[in-house]
Write a protein that binds this ligand. Structure first.
Ligand SMILES: C[S@@+](CC[C@H](N)C(=O)[O-])C[C@H]1O[C@@H](n2cnc3c(N)ncnc32)[C@H](O)[C@@H]1O
Length: 413
């Protein structure tokens, strides 16, 4: 049923929200103050036309905007967009009654994202490769993407051809692509079982087309050139499909903030360390103990350390920090902590840090809601929050990263 609506505000996912008699109505790709027509289905509606545009409305940067589910906010002027993102952090902290200096958003430039998780599927019309449509499993075949690094966009044709070679299923499957210093690292999942002939074809293709590595369901099929990422001066070979910060610029900005805050620390615990984006940079000044649940990521970190020169000692520990967080007692051996958990946050680990006497804590998070919950725990444990820095790592999406810098005066023993 279509109707006219006035947009009141943007919701957490970047959708416009109109107030109606039947309750709140979510209309994607609209802006506060706009009058629109939209086709309603329960509490959501598809935009038909913008009758009265907001002064903050701009033309989208990409032809797929509005169909591709990758971006929610390309239609908003930069300043308003950045203020909205910063506000997501402000609101999350306010929800936990946290007062702190929250700096302006560190902006993200287009064409800088180094990781993409595509979906692919064989159809009668050929191989589809792209992102899913907004709230749907339908694939939007991509012709362009102004968010991704140009070398990934330039490889769309190559990746489609590769998807055709690896595909042994009528179902959709996943292709994670990372741009590394030695070329594209492609990790395929759930494309079906490849036979020997397919495998030989894939090896020939990867070598001919200059891929750094191709892995299928975690197994390396071919690695013509070891994928390398640089964490400062340290080269690391990340395992297939592992976590890496989405843009190098955001990683460098976050690592700089963390290093500045921990500059007086001599022994640092890097919790949820991944392959060592913080640990290996911090190790130029401090001894670092890196703790992480994924063994392959830790092995890459350890190897990076062993091949580097001029670093202080780096030790690694594989540990499930949800089940077995570092205890307050263990933490007291350190004078700095980096905490960079997944979206769920680190509630139990935060409780242990709150009880500890670690003087400097840098909390990094891609979810302001769980960050605020964990910061509340730290503040209640005697920490003070110096500053929170929101960072736009996920351009035109509703997601925002943040770094929070905390201190606790050390008790005299
Ligand atoms: C947001 S990433 C941060 C990684 C790293 N700090 C970086 O900048 O690349 C979160 C990390 O937490 C790890 N992780 C997830 N659940 C975990 C758990 N229960 N215990 C320990 N590590 C976990 C993931 O493997 C991932 O490396």
């Amino acid at each position: 049923m279509s109707g006219r609506f006035v947009i009141d505000r943007l919701g957490a996912q970047g959708d416009g929200i109109a107030r109606t008699e039947g309750g709140e109505l979510f209309i994607p790709f609209t802006l506060p103050g706009e009058e629109v027509t939209a086709a309603r289905a329960k509490d959501r509606a598809d935009l038909i036309a913008v009758l009265a545009p907001s002064p903050e409305r701009v033309d989208a940067a990409c032809r797929h905007f509005g169909t591709c589910g990758g971006c929610a906010l390309q239609h908003m002027r930069d300043e308003a967009y950045r203020a909205w993102k910063r506000e997501r952090v402000v609101q999350a902290l306010r929800g936990r009654k946290i007062e702190a200096e929250i700096t302006p958003l560190v902006a993200c430039e287009p064409g800088t994202r180094r990781r993409a998780a595509f979906t692919a599927r064989r159809t009668e019309a050929g191989m589809l490769l792209g992102f899913n449509r907004h709230l749907s499993s339908e694939i939007v075949p991509l012709e362009e993407c102004p968010v991704l690094l140009p070398q990934i966009v330039a490889a769309f044709g190559l990746l489609r051809a590769l998807a055709g070679l690896v595909c042994a299923t009528p179902k959709p499957f996943h292709m994670a692509v990372t741009a590394t210093a030695s070329g594209l690292d492609v990790a395929v999942r759930e494309a079906g079982r490849i036979d020997d002939r397919q495998r030989r074809g894939l090896i020939d293709f990867a070598v001919r087309e200059g891929l750094a590595r191709l892995s299928v369901d975690g197994e390396v099929v071919v690695e013509p050139r070891q994928p390398v990422v640089m964490f400062g001066d340290v080269a690391v070979m990340p395992p297939p499909g592992t976590f890496l910060q989405a843009t190098e610029a955001a990683e460098v900005a976050m690592a700089g903030l963390v290093a500045g805050h921990l500059s007086r620390a001599r022994r640092v615990a890097d919790l949820f360390s991944g392959c060592g984006s913080f640990a290996l940079r911090l190790a130029s000044k401090a001894e670092v103990h890196a703790v992480e649940g994924e063994g392959a990521a830790l092995a890459a970190l350890d190897r990076g350390f062993r091949f580097a020169s001029g670093l202080k000692r780096v030790t690694v520990e594989k540990r499930d920090l949800f089940r077995r967080p570092l205890t307050a007692r263990e933490l007291d051996a350190f004078d700095g902590v980096v905490l960079d958990p997944p979206r769920a946050g680190a509630e139990d680990q935060s409780k242990q840090i709150a009880r500890s006497q670690v003087p400097f804590v840098a909390a990094v998070s891609c979810n302001p809601v769980t960050l605020a919950r964990d910061l509340r725990i730290l503040l209640d444990g005697g920490y003070t929050l110096n500053r929170v820095i929101p960072i736009d790592q996920f351009l035109w999406s509703p997601h925002v990263e943040a770094v929070a810098l905390l201190e606790k005066p050390r008790r005299r023993r």
